[in-house]
Ligand binder design. Sequence first.
Ligand SMILES: Cc1cc2nc3c(=O)[nH]c(=O)nc-3n(C[C@H](O)[C@H](O)[C@H](O)COP(=O)(O)OP(=O)(O)OC[C@H]3O[C@@H](n4cnc5c(N)ncnc54)[C@H](O)[C@@H]3O)c2cc1C
Length: 389
Amino acid sequence: MDFVLSDEQEMLRNNSVDFIKDAKVAAWIEHAYQTKEFPYDFMRAAAHQGYLGMMVRERYGGAGLNFLDALIAFGPIAFASSALSLCVLAQETLFNSAVRRFGSEDQKEKYLPRSVKGELFGCVANTEPGVGSDAKNIRLKAERRGDKWILNGTKCFITSASVAKAAVVSTRTAKRRSGHPGTTAFLIDVGDGMPGYTLDRVEEKIGQHGAPLCQFTLTDYETRDENILGKLHGGWKVFDETFQRSRVFIGMQAVELAQRAFNEMVFHTSDHKAFGKSVFDQSRPEIANLHLQIQAARLLCYTAADFEVHANPRFVEASSLAKLAGAEAALASTLFYFQKCGALSYLLHSQSSRLLLDALAIPIYEGPSEIQRLIIAKQVLEFIKHVRV
Ligand SMILES: Cc1cc2nc3c(=O)[nH]c(=O)nc-3n(C[C@H](O)[C@H](O)[C@H](O)COP(=O)(O)OP(=O)(O)OC[C@H]3O[C@@H](n4cnc5c(N)ncnc54)[C@H](O)[C@@H]3O)c2cc1C
């Protein structure tokens, strides 16, 4: 294990820092916050820089980075904006990742080149009204009729669905039995005018503005065998493995948000005095603890990414640790920053309230923190059994 970034990794990170420092990017971030609109201009620029295909192979137009290098390149984007980085995640670590890891050659050729260029946006849809964490219980039904599959049901809280032209959708194709969730992933075309597809609504949210959160319904939506992603009844594997990988990026998104709030807090508390002393001087132990928490979470993200690259059997545990630690660091850091700005925080659109409201989503999506703890405990038990003498 190497704790120092290689020259190439430094370059990837520096390129991303240069990208987010561009005045246009700052303007797009603010525009997305103010208007709550999907950041098309930002996404096109991100595609141009290769962020929408970081891990997609070169033959489909991607950058072909490994998981760790992609994570390093991604970090600064999340530092600049959680919301816009969520749009990137939905495209690259959810949609592209599911297609590139489970797609047939035809599916990859049909979707990946356009997705990488930002010409087609995708989404990954698992959550349903009343079915979130208990993901094996999804109900959206896929029934075989002749040589067709007919899909009926609703998906909710889906990032980017309102702009998506393609969706990876989890469906029920068999009854759930012990050890057999009975679900199948379909890769289907969606969007305005697609027969059987209706965008029900785009939700109003309290944070992460610009990353649309949507509900859609499929009504007698017709599709075929060639649209199955992975294997028939193999949907759990597609979604589980896709989320396991994306979770590490969510962990990094959280760490960068925590770091952003931390930095802002240090600037503010160093300048601001109470009782004749800077607030920084009066908060040194808490600030040191927070720094410790953020750096530990960052290392867990890098560790998980390194485990993915080396197919380490403890990757699943590491990805949940990264997501959990990142989520906790983001909450702690944004709340601390909010508190240390006093009444200034409570003003509408204050920077500290914006970061805090962005952070609140992270312990919820891609598996709440309670679920990450359950995964970690299960994995720990498995591995402890092996080392017991
Ligand atoms: C901004 C945002 C973007 C999202 N994007 C997507 C997307 O692109 N695709 C997609 O499919 N979904 C997406 N989601 C949905 C998200 O994945 C779900 O919200 C999440 O899985 C939790 O499901 P739920 O909201 O139904 O909560 P529930 O599963 O109902 O859980 C509610 C709460 O109950 C507690 N809880 C639940 N189970 C347990 C347990 N076993 N033990 C202890 N406590 C428990 C937790 O505190 C949890 O937060 C998104 C959500 C948000 C907020």
